[in-house]
Design a protein around this ligand. Structure first.
Ligand SMILES: [Zn+2]
Length: 300
């Protein structure tokens, strides 16, 4: 897919990300894209007006703006003229301050081909819009919606969990630990779910769960460490502040040694009765994953 122009690639990914959404969610997605655009646009103007000639950071911001414009073109085609005008304004503004590279960057972007998945996390943001409300359902509807919007924006603008937690704290009066918890868990859930979808697009059928093993590891995650599960089954995070992740797995990627090692890990937790549902599984009413036996995976 290396010869697909970047703008087409973003548009295609956005189409994929909103394909399963109902009208309300598409509206939420549109809202998030628009406010993220505004946020980045403002940030870029400040950089330009301050006369900061930091080509790298200006270029990164501009690329994000371009990607957001391409995504908005899919979600809200009627608004596209407005955003194209905004980009032109930005270029004009840059020229006023003697920064000519804005135009070159925008033009170059249009010809650029993707070397890596985009700067703007379209798929994780779409997951936040679609599933965040369920994950946040121990809050009131109003609070969950506001937190979800803040999280979606944070994902789209690429803001880190520390700053996001601070905003959650300030805007919703949450305790610091609670705010950090939400910022981390939501970001991780959204990115993990998006990764799962992306893996399945590449013909991946299995993932292996990797837990971080120390004295904070929960029994559920200890049990699931190294287990191979089908991609359709429950994936981490399994609880608040969960540090487990899942890795895509294909039989041909593993050596005999890898399988033997996984077998030993399986044996450590065999019959200890800890294969129970995690908190998110109980909240979302989904079954715990059913690890596939090493021998069965070997046969596949
Ligand atoms: Zn965990």
């Amino acid at each position: 897919m290396t010869d697909i122009p970047r703008n087409v690639e973003i548009a295609t990914r956005t189409l994929g990300a909103i394909a399963q959404m109902d009208r309300d969610r598409v509206r939420e997605m549109n809202r998030a894209l628009a406010s993220s655009y505004q946020q980045l646009d403002r940030k870029l103007l400040v950089l330009v007006e301050a006369g900061i000639r930091d080509p790298d950071s200006i270029q990164t911001q501009l690329k994000k703006l371009n990607e957001l414009t391409n995504a908005i073109a899919v979600v809200n085609p009627d608004a596209i003229a407005v955003y194209e005008r905004k980009l032109e304004n930005l270029i004009t503004e840059g020229q006023k301050y003697g920064i000519d590279m804005l135009e070159q960057t925008v033009r170059a972007y249009e010809r650029e081909t993707p070397q890596f998945l985009g700067n703007v996390a379209i798929e994780p943001a779409a997951n936040q819009v679609s599933s965040g409300m369920t994950r946040l359902r121990n809050h009131s509807d109003r609070a969950a919606q506001n937190i979800n919007r803040l999280m979606t924006n944070a994902i789209l603008t690429g803001q880190g969990p520390t700053k996001t937690a601070k905003q959650l704290q300030q805007q919703f009066g949450l305790l610091k630990s609670r705010a950090e918890n939400i910022a981390r868990t939501e970001t991780m859930s959204a990115f993990n779910a998006a990764a799962t979808q992306r893996f399945s697009g590449y013909g991946i059928k299995y993932v292996q769960i990797l837990a971080l093993l120390d004295d904070r590891t929960t029994p559920v995650c200890r049990f699931r460490h190294m287990k191979i599960i089908r991609i359709s089954e429950s994936q981490p995070p399994y609880h608040f502040q969960c540090r487990s992740v899942s890795m895509p797995l294909k039989r041909e990627w593993l050596t005999e040694e890898d399988l033997k090692f996984a077998g030993k890990e399986y044996a450590k937790t065999a019959g200890n009765g800890l294969n129970q549902a995690g908190i998110f599984e109980r909240l979302n009413n989904i079954p715990p994953p059913n690890p596939i036996k090493i021998d069965d995976f070997f046969k596949n």
